[in-house]
Design a protein around this ligand. Structure first.
Ligand code: HEC
Length: 139
């Protein structure tokens, strides 16, 4: 009876560990941050593209170009290699992403980008508009 209790406690704690991290949940392709789900309309919203482009030019163009690598990666086709949630979480939470998200970490450790990305004081709406700007570049 005593042994059985020990064994079941062991199994239950193993199950809890598995469900709270390791397997399931915590999908690296979604990134880490406030964005859990983005609704994407197949038709690109050109008002949002214009807003995103304006913000990008002020807050991101110091380090990024669409077509060439600068301080950070070229952002052409970023919507083809990353999920929308990942892109928005990278914009809103770059420091933690680079520390804890496997994909961002790999990018940062590639040695190509010695100066890491920092948070640019953008809102979630700004990040959504920038995502639309990227979608328009990649269509
Ligand atoms: C100080 C320079 C800097 C600024 C400013 C900056 N970034 Fe970055 N960005 C980087 C670097 C460097 C990386 C690569 C990851 C790392 O090492 O931090 C990166 C990575 C990214 C990625 C992932 C690219 C990929 O190929 O997966 C996206 C998307 C991105 N940045 C978008 C933005 C947006 C949008 C802004 C403006 C709100 C911005 N960045 C501002 C330097 C910057």
């Amino acid at each position: 009876m005593y042994k059985l209790t020990i064994i079941s406690v062991f199994i239950i704690s193993a199950l809890i560990t598995m469900s709270s991290g390791g397997c399931g949940g915590n999908d690296p392709e979604m990134g880490i941050g406030p964005v859990k789900e983005v609704k994407i309309d197949p038709v690109i919203d050109q008002n949002l593209v214009a807003k995103g482009k304006a913000t990008f030019e002020v807050k991101c163009a110091t380090c990024h170009r669409v077509d060439e690598k600068l301080v950070g990666p070229a952002l052409k086709d970023v919507t083809k290699r990353r999920k929308p949630e990942w892109i928005m979480n990278m914009i809103l939470n770059p420091v933690q992403m680079v520390q804890e998200n496997m994909i961002a970490k790999t990018l940062s450790m590639s040695g190509q980008y010695p100066t890491p990305m920092t948070f640019q004081n953008v809102t979630q709406d700004d990040a959504r508009a920038i995502l639309e700007f990227f979608r328009n570049n990649d269509k």
